[in-house]
Design a protein around this ligand. Structure first.
Ligand code: MRU
Length: 370
């Protein structure tokens, strides 16, 4: 369906129809389309095709996927089928650890629940995870606000924040991760301007972050992915804040392709580089991001074609010669030495194993596949 009313979350459960609904992010900013996820196949396809995307939202969608798996077995889903559906959902996208985290959390609870009660338990858990992630992002905003406030106190004029991809409410449930401190700063009356990396190939920055910021009336400028280094050399970026799809226990950060180059430029120019994340995005089992984090390779046609609006319609156009192959590496890893700090729901810490462990002493127990 196409709608004029703008939902306040990218995913929700409609109790009247007992359906899971999502915003189809492929069509933003030009069309607001809401989709129902009525089967596990539909949930998996929505994650794979990036109807929903962004690490926290992928986790929440996966949790609702476990609900859909339970709801679609009238007699109550048995253990074997539950494990099978969990495996299928888990394999939808490889990089965002929130996916595995949410599925494993659901599986553990559901296997301990009698089959007849699994549907209700799965729904309650999915709703709980959604609320937790919204609350995490609210707290990330609160903890990140002083970082922007400190810059504002030191200099006149707007605080220039550069961000990459979309780590806003569309990628989470509310507030976003990288955008939460920005929203909090604007609410506190701080003058903020955001440099929005367009984020090729799928333009999550130009399409989604710009849409979010425009709707909130926050000053922003869309730039090419390669402009950040130049802006930093000329003192036009005060700090960088990005999200992440998976961060190791030692502080290496996987995020949308191009993040690493921004971190290098920030390091070279003495610009603080912060990563905002909820604890669900830490992978406590890993300590070497470059070697261990799986990097998704997507359809090369996402690189070869650009999507936009022309004559009121969403169209795709081919850019390179038809015979030229393309490579589509969706994420890269920024080593911890380039990261100034993490903004989490528990506070801000440096990018070292020790500082992360001090903030999350209870969370560094490796989870394993059930
Ligand atoms: O491929 P995407 O759009 O799912 O990639 C999203 C990102 O890289 C985000 O920066 C990350 O998931 C953090 S979202 C709070």
């Amino acid at each position: 369906m196409t709608s004029n009313a703008i939902p306040t979350r990218p995913i929700w459960f409609d109790p009247a129809t007992e359906t899971v609904r999502v915003i189809d992010q492929r069509q933003l900013p030009h069309q607001l389309v809401v989709m129902d996820l009525a089967s596990v196949d539909a949930v998996i396809e929505a994650i794979v095709e990036m109807v929903v995307r962004g690490a926290p939202l992928i986790g929440v969608t996966a949790a609702y996927g476990m609900y859909v798996a339970c709801a679609n077995e009238r007699a109550g889903i048995d253990d074997a089928r539950l494990r099978q559906e969990a495996r299928r959902i888990r394999s939808a996208r490889p990089t965002a650890v929130n996916l595995t985290w949410a599925v494993d959390r659901a599986l553990e609870i559901l296997l301990a629940t009698p089959p007849a009660a699994r549907k209700a338990a799965a729904l309650a858990l999915a709703a709980k995870i959604a609320e937790e992630e919204a609350d995490n992002c609210r707290r990330i905003g609160r903890h990140g606000l002083p970082l922007i406030g400190a810059v504002a106190a030191k200099k006149g004029g707007p605080v220039n924040v550069l961000t990459h991809c979309n780590a806003g409410w569309l990628a989470c449930v509310e507030y976003g991760t990288a955008t939460a401190p920005i929203y909090a700063a604007v609410e506190a009356g701080i003058d903020v301007h955001v440099w929005v990396d367009e984020t090729r190939p799928l333009n999550q920055g130009a399409r989604l972050t710009a849409w979010e910021l425009a709707r909130r009336g926050i000053a922003h400028t869309v730039i090419t992915d390669n402009a950040g280094g130049h802006l930093m050399q000329h003192g036009m970026v005060d700090l960088v804040i990005v999200g992440t799809d998976r961060t190791t226990a030692a502080g290496d950060v996987a995020n949308k392709i191009g993040t690493y180059l921004k971190a290098l430029a920030a390091y070279d120019n003495g610009v603080p580089f912060y990563v905002a994340l909820p604890s669900s995005t830490f992978d406590w089992r890993l300590d070497d991001g470059v070697a261990q984090i799986p990097i998704e390779a997507r359809d090369p046609d996402e690189v070869r074609y650009v999507q936009g609006r022309a004559d009121g319609r969403i169209v795709r156009v081919l850019v390179p010669p038809a015979e030229s192959p393309a490579g589509n590496y969706a994420f890269d890893v920024t080593p911890s030495r380039l990261v100034t700090g993490f903004i989490t729901e528990r506070g801000v810490c440096g990018a070292t194993a020790e500082e992360i462990r001090n903030l999350f002493p209870d969370r560094n127990d490796p989870s394993s596949e059930i």
